[in-house]
Design a protein around this ligand. Structure first.
Ligand SMILES: *Cc1c(COP(=O)(O)O)cnc(C)c1O
Length: 358
């Protein structure tokens, strides 16, 4: 038997989440964002779970190739465009639509022949990461339109604080960023919303919605639960108990002896460690789900194992399945405990963890 750890991806949950986000999208094009191996869920699973989306959004030509090979015939949006000439050539052949964010990409487009290359133009509306300034957008778009075989479909931008209130004190609130886009809205279609904006910012309109995290069933905001939004988590990470021991009061568990038994305790060793993607920074007390109950992490997470306190769960035995996150254990809650966001935990699941779907 192989090491008892696995990711189970729930295709039904993905379909449910697409239908829910579709309602929020209204008439907008719904792009399902599948970068980073579909946030750790496996690109092929996403192709099947997101079949009802209008397009897939991703980063790499290799992902676009994989999506086509898995049978995806609808649109493909390349969120960072192409990275070099060979990349551009392959994307055009695959019928993928790159986002053009920098001057060097325009020059590269000019240097190549095109039959039909549909592109999107990225505008920097306040995030100061990728994109052209609003003031140069008209010039950039007309320059792109003058390249034979290149068609500009819309202007895209990305929000820095979509999960915060519409108006807020940050330098780039949704309200400020929308104001930056206003002059462009008069000339072009706009594609702006991510999950948070799509679900929580009714003022953000446009012709497209690029949803990632919500389609995987995870709330884009730590202030609102997935359940409250009606989302169903699509990933369950679980591993088995492979050893059990008694630790007498005063005994310590694991590296650094971080956790010490306040009373005689029963400790279970679970076949999941930080080399599987479970954060080493997880503190004592973080929950796992075993035999229908919560058990707390007890001791530092090792590379290949972690330890939990099952003193109060006599049913926990060798071979008991432990949910690290999924339906009962919210990945956002875990992420908060170790100072990150659910996105990072999902994406960090290691390639040595087998992924299957149901
Ligand atoms: C990742 C990404 C998204 C999706 O964001 P979520 O918060 O996961 O919905 C949308 N747009 C761009 C440009 C992205 O990079």
């Amino acid at each position: 038997m192989s090491r008892p750890i696995s990711v189970l991806v729930h295709i039904d949950a993905m379909r449910h989440n697409v239908a829910l986000v579709r309602k929020a999208a209204g008439s907008r094009t719904l792009w399902a964002v599948v970068k980073a191996n579909a946030y750790g869920h496996g690109l092929e699973n996403a192709v099947s779970g997101f079949a009802e989306a209008d397009g897939l959004a991703m980063l790499e030509a290799s992902e676009a190739r994989r999506a086509r090979a898995a049978g995806w015939q609808k649109r493909l949006l390349m969120l960072e465009g192409f990275f070099d000439a060979a990349d551009a050539l392959e994307l055009e052949a695959l019928g993928a639509e790159p986002v053009i964010h920098s001057r060097w990409q325009i020059e590269l487009l000019k240097s190549m022949p095109h039959s039909a290359f549909r592109v999107h133009v990225k505008i920097n509306s306040g995030m100061n990461r990728l994109g052209f300034q609003p003031a140069e957008s008209a010039q950039v778009i007309s320059e792109l339109r003058s390249i034979p075989g290149v068609e500009v479909l819309d202007a895209v931008t990305h929000f820095a604080n979509a999960e915060l209130p519409f108006e807020n004190a940050s330098a780039a609130s949704v309200s400020t960023q929308l104001r930056q886009m206003q002059p462009i809205a008069e000339r072009e279609e706009l594609c702006m919303a991510n999950s948070a904006a799509g679900l929580m910012q009714p003022a953000v309109a446009g012709n497209g919605l690029r949803a990632g995290i919500a389609l995987y069933g995870i709330s884009p905001s730590s202030d609102v639960s997935s359940h409250e939004l009606g989302l169903k988590p699509a990933m369950t990470l679980s591993a088995d108990i492979i050893a059990l021991r008694s630790v007498a009061r005063g005994g310590a568990v694991g590296y650094g002896s971080r956790w010490t038994a306040q009373k005689d305790s029963r400790i279970a060793v679970v076949a999941c460690g930080y080399a599987d993607g479970y954060p080493r920074s997880m503190p004592d007390g973080a929950p796992v789900w075993v035999e229908g109950q919560i058990a707390p992490i007890a001791g530092a997470v090792s590379m290949d194992m972690l330890t939990i306190d099952v003193t109060h769960i006599p049913q926990a035995q060798i071979g008991s399945r432990v949910e690290l996150w999924g339906e009962h254990i919210c990945v956002n809650d875990l992420a908060r405990r170790c100072g990150t966001i659910g996105y990072e935990l999902l994406c960090a699941v290691a390639s040595r963890v087998p992924v299957s779907s149901n």
